[in-house]
Design a protein around this ligand. Structure first.
Ligand code: ANZ
Length: 735
């Protein structure tokens, strides 16, 4: 088979016949769904067009997910699987800076390449519903969302110490600082005070926490979100003028020192560092004076930045007390209430202002008389001008564009100035899944009936940023009565990571990357798809292995051979054995494609092919079943096989096979025959055969008689028999 030609042929067919069309163009996609077909919204995290093309990680997200989506379609669902681009933000802008292009031109170019790749992949996308966050028809609604938050008091400005990356010339969110370095360029981040826009995600801390348990998400991600929110119930207690936060006010009798945050370099090692401040305060429970120390284990930004040290009950306090020879008092617990009950959270408000060009302009106007005024919704979008000098310079580059900055106050018409900061990209992606079904509409961002995403698939690295922001936004929109569910992404799957053949992470600097294009150019995408499905446990990932890729290719060649036999040679109805193999394969593949257990699904198809080949004359119906099972995995090749079998395209309008219950239990089964508990041979007997019949059949075998008689030289009748139905028969010689 000429793989490349086959791929081109079927992509053309799908395009011409609108096979991937989600629904007829209409005012609301949810209304036009054929009533008999339940909706299924399958969504993969969209990608940043920040590099020139999609890499293996993207393919590993998109190809297997597409298999799941195609499977659901064949199961009778009206599947919506859209694809778009998260095109604003630092990654795209940095790539433009690096390649000395304009972010808009560069992003558009990259998106064209990526779209071509996504098409070649065979993704079942309806491109009429695509979206690009950097185009005004999308960011108009991101600005609208900002205004809703602003009106609800959830978008506000404050002077705040921010993480400043001097190389990227921008503020970074806490999540974008790893250790003390910028996530993107590894520059050591400085703290600076600046007036910033924030979203009040902390108002939703409790709701976000409560919602977690009801989510069908990987446990690790749920735990990470819980820890990120970090709710602690405790008390503030004043030691004279020094306030501490503690979750264990009952241990106060044992508090022998106070530790406050100090100026220590952040370090990974566990070594305790501290210094006596020269100051003493009174323990309100004991009336005793206790010393105040600085300590590197106390965090500046948590609680009050001060801890009461209780070495008798707290391990870190104990280690500190031992090192600096501070008293350790085994005091009893007290139930007398000291201090003021309080709840603290680790979660901080979401800093969304960026002093960068390539982002959604914040729709705010500063009027000398009316102060901070939101842009009226009817004036949206506030368009991002195309400017030549977009390089970061500390203040937003938009500040030096008078046509952008100068405007009129929407209330009084007096000369005013626009906000020049742009929004963090995570704002764009915090709500995009609501927009997709309405991507063809310009009058609304989405409607109240916006469908939930039935399956959301993407990388685990988004656990605490993107996936928490989306939950905040949907909880907010739900409270405003704008959507019908608090959680719009109730079921989540993380793909694992494909590593280099050497088991390390693929990276350009290590020179160990493997690019998908090489394989797509050589065989088309289906072999690569099938290898991704077969060669890895989807949620674990693992190292790239060329040998497995080759064996997946040989498997397709063997299927091709079976298809050819089924069309040309003598075909026969399936035997009972084959019917059984077929039924079990269907049952397993259905379960596996539902649960993202793709590798076992492929293995089942391989077993079915073996069963097909075990029958002397080929069974056409069994071959058809095999091709239908493989269709979601190798969509182009399956269409071709389907046509070769004399069937009408598209195979994706066929129903996925359903197993015939009757054949699930085998007609005949193989059992082990043992003599003195050692396997001598295997025999095929009717399922559920009784002991007498099996005994007779086994004893008729020379191999059994000889083994049984040889050591004893006695008659074969002198033995005990152990029979385990459907498993084994064991002859134990008695003396
Ligand atoms: C006394 C004590 C005794 C504590 C004891 C714990 C056990 P979570 O649960 O994570 O909220 N703590 C308070 N502020 C801190 C800060 N800025 N940096 C480092 N540690 C801080 O932890 C709250 C506990 O962590 C608090 O309760 C405090 O130690 C410490 F047997 O107070 B505890």
């Amino acid at each position: 088979m000429n793989y490349i030609k086959v791929h081109e042929k079927w992509r053309k067919y799908w395009q011409e016949n609108k096979t991937n069309k989600y629904s007829a163009t209409a005012s609301s996609p949810t209304e036009t769904r054929a009533p008999a077909r339940p909706p299924y919204y399958c969504l993969e995290m969209f990608s940043y067009p920040s590099g020139a093309s999609l890499h293996m990680g993207h393919y590993f997200n998109y190809a297997p997910s597409d298999t799941h989506a195609r499977f659901k379609r064949m199961c009778g669902y009206n599947v919506f699987q859209p694809m778009g681009f998260d095109a604003f933000g630092l990654p795209a802008e940095n790539h433009a800076l690096k390649t000395n292009t304009h972010p808009r031109d560069n992003t558009i170019k990259n998106m064209q390449v990526m779209r071509k790749q996504l098409e070649n992949l065979g993704g079942m996308y309806d491109w009429d519903y695509t979206m690009t966050t950097c185009f005004p028809d999308y960011y108009k609604w991101t600005q609208w969302l900002f205004l809703q938050l602003f009106k609800s008091g959830l978008a506000y400005q404050k002077e705040a110490p921010v993480n400043w990356c001097d190389k990227c010339k921008t503020v970074l969110a806490n999540e974008q600082v790893i250790g003390d370095q910028c996530e993107r360029c590894d520059t050591v981040v400085e703290r600076r005070n600046m007036k910033q826009w924030f979203l009040k995600i902390t108002d939703y801390a409790d709701k976000l926490l409560e919602g977690i348990d009801g989510l069908d998400w990987p446990n690790k991600t749920k735990t990470m979100q819980k820890n990120w929110i970090g709710k602690s119930v405790g008390a503030y207690i004043d030691f004279d003028d020094l306030r501490v936060f503690t979750t264990r006010p009952d241990t106060i009798l044992g508090a022998t020192f106070i530790a406050v945050a100090g100026d220590y370099p952040p370090s990974d090692n566990k070594e305790m560092l501290g210094q006596f401040t020269g100051k003493y305060v009174t323990n309100p429970a004991t009336g005793k004076k206790i010393p105040v120390w600085t300590a590197n284990y106390v965090l500046d930004s948590y609680g009050t930045g001060a801890v009461m040290g209780v070495p008798a009950y707290d391990d870190r306090d104990a280690a500190f007390a031992k090192k600096y020879k501070l008293p350790i008092v085994n005091a009893p617990f007290t139930d007398k209430v000291f201090g003021k009950p309080t709840t603290t959270y680790r979660l901080r408000d979401w800093s969304i202002g960026r002093q960068r060009y390539w982002g959604t302009p914040i729709p705010i106007i500063y009027c000398p008389e009316h102060g901070t005024v939101p842009v009226p919704e009817s004036d949206l979008p506030v368009e991002l001008p195309y400017i030549k000098d977009f390089k970061p310079k500390g203040a937003s580059p938009l500040a030096s564009v008078p046509e952008f900055v100068n405007c009129k106050c929407p209330i009084c018409g007096k000369p005013s100035k626009r906000e020049v900061d742009t929004m963090d990209t995570f704002v764009c992606s915090s709500w995009y899944f609501l927009r997709y079904p309405y991507a063809t509409r310009t009058d609304v961002p989405f409607e109240k009936t916006a469908p939930i995403v039935n399956k959301y698939i993407g990388g685990a690295e988004h656990a605490c940023m993107h996936l928490l922001y989306t939950r905040f936004i949907t909880n907010f929109l739900y409270d405003k009565g704008l959507i019908k569910h608090r959680e719009m992404l109730p079921s989540l799957v993380h793909q694992g990571m494909i590593l280099a053949p050497d088991g390390r992470k693929m990276s350009k600097s290590k020179g160990n990357t493997i690019t998908p294009d090489k394989y797509v150019d050589e065989f088309g995408s289906d072999i690569l798809r099938l290898y991704m499905l077969f060669g890895f446990n989807y949620t674990d990932g693992g190292p790239w292995d060329e040998a497995t890729l080759k064996s997946t290719m040989r498997f397709i060649e063997r299927v091709e051979f079976a298809v050819a036999r089924a069309t040309k040679g003598v075909t026969r109805p399936a035997t009972e054995d084959l019917l059984h193999a077929e039924a079990t394969a269907i049952k397993s593949v259905r379960r596996d494609l539902e649960n993202f257990s793709f590798n076992t699904a492929v293995a089942r198809c391989m077993e079915l092919l073996n069963a097909i080949n075990a029958q002397k004359d080929i069974s056409r119906t069994a071959v058809k079943t095999l091709v239908l099972l493989l269709a979601p995995m190798v969509p182009h090749i399956a269409e071709e096989f389907w046509e070769q079998l004399g069937e009408a395209p598209s195979i994706f309008d066929q129903s996925f096979p359903v197993e015939n219950e009757k054949y699930l239990t085998a007609a005949n089964i193989e059992i082990a025959v043992q003599v003195n508990s050692k396997i001598v041979t295997r025999i095929t007997v009717p399922a559920d055969a009784d002991q007498k019949a099996v005994e007779k059949q086994a004893l008729a075998l020379p191999a059994v008689r000889v083994t049984l008689e040889a050591p004893m030289r006695t008659s074969p009748t002198k033995h005990k028999v152990v029979y385990v139905k459907n498993r084994l028969i064991n002859f134990i010689a008695s003396k």
